[in-house]
Design a protein around this ligand. Structure first.
Ligand SMILES: [Fe+2]
Ligand SMILES: [Fe+2]
Length: 188
């Protein structure tokens, strides 16, 4: 940043709350744990979005598991290994999301009732190995778009949730990439 004739181009702006206020605020509502008065996101909406993401991840675990056990044919072994790895990674995402929901004072919804409706991605079994890979790719693409939208929504109001979502998004993009490679390898 250029300085003009010794003058500061950026004016001093007090963006930090003073220590006394910070300490006083922290003592109020300590039952809210990690959620302080400075939390500026709409907590109910964030929890609702995270519960939809949780449902999506659970559906993805179930679909990848089904595909893992049902993969047959000449290319089945390497493809099944990929399905299993994705299933385990989606389970990891589900766990991270559930943990964050609790930190935000919400309750993770693991109810099988309405699970497929809450989920953004679909549970499609697929008849052939190619069908399975295609359906998984569609689901990953849905997840990628919905995580991207959630990240935009959360923006700077909840950096911890945003960072988590960004990490998950990066992995969904890797998953989609893996599936495209599989389609190319075994022929479409
Ligand atoms: Fe995931
Ligand atoms: Fe994924």
């Amino acid at each position: 940043m250029a300085e003009q004739s010794g003058a500061k181009t950026v004016p001093d702006k007090p963006f930090l709350t003073d220590v006394k206020t910070l300490r006083e605020r922290a003592r109020r509502h300590i039952e809210n744990g990690a959620i302080t008065e400075g939390y500026s996101a709409d907590r109910d909406t964030v929890v609702k979005l995270l519960n939809e993401a949780l449902a999506t991840e659970i559906i993805c675990v179930l679909r990848y598991k089904r595909h893992f056990f049902m993969a047959t044919g000449i290319n089945a072994e390497s493809v099944a290994a990929e399905f299993l790895q994705h299933a385990n990674e989606e389970q990891g995402h589900a766990d991270l999301i559930a943990q964050r929901i609790v930190q935000l004072g919400g309750e993770p919804n693991f109810s099988p009732e309405g699970l497929a409706t809450r989920s953004h991605a679909e549970y499609v079994e697929g008849d052939t190995l190619i069908d399975m890979i295609r359906e998984d790719l569609v689901a990953e693409r849905i997840a990628i778009d919905s995580y991207r939208e959630m990240i935009t929504y959360v923006a700077n109001d909840d950096p911890t949730t945003r960072r988590m979502l960004e990490g998950i998004l990066a992995m969904e993009e890797e998953h989609a990439d893996d599936l495209v490679s599989l389609l190319e390898t075994i022929g479409t």
